[in-house]
Design a binder for this molecule. Structure first.
Ligand SMILES: [Zn+2]
Length: 131
């Protein structure tokens, strides 16, 4: 970009802002499409990971490969929970959160949370599991 002399500092700042706005508008759709593709790819990677897991309830024979959407991560100690692993934006953050969890199918997850609620117990790792 050729050097351009501005009369005032305010004029220089305004020109810089206008150029930034123009650049943002020019590349908006391209960036948006790239971000969407990246997000979808990452989402697929997380679903593939879930497809390799199965429900930890020994009485349940749910396999993540049947329906990865039905496989959930249960935090053994809710104090350690920072966010739902599936909301992670990086693979490292996802795995860090997943290591605090056990995989459960949706039905078993609901039953264990219901059991905790009914028995007033916060930490499942300190108490016997309902199954
Ligand atoms: Zn299950």
């Amino acid at each position: 970009m050729p050097f351009k002399k501005y009369k005032t500092e305010a004029e220089r700042i305004e020109a810089h802002r206008a150029a930034s706005r123009a650049s943002y508008q020019k590349h908006y759709w391209k960036r948006r499409a790239a971000r969407k593709a990246r997000d979808q790819e990452f989402q697929a990677k997380k679903f593939n990971y879930k497809a390799g897991l199965e429900c930890w309830n020994p009485e349940c024979n749910f396999n993540g490969a049947d329906n990865p959407k039905k496989l959930e991560f249960h935090h053994m100690n809710p104090d350690h929970k920072r966010f739902s692993p599936f909301k992670a934006t990086t693979w490292a953050a996802f795995m860090k959160e997943v290591r605090k969890c056990v995989p459960l199918c949706k039905d078993c997850h609901i039953s264990i949370e219901k059991w905790k609620h009914e028995n007033g117990r916060a930490n499942t790792h300190l108490e016997p599991t309902p199954f």
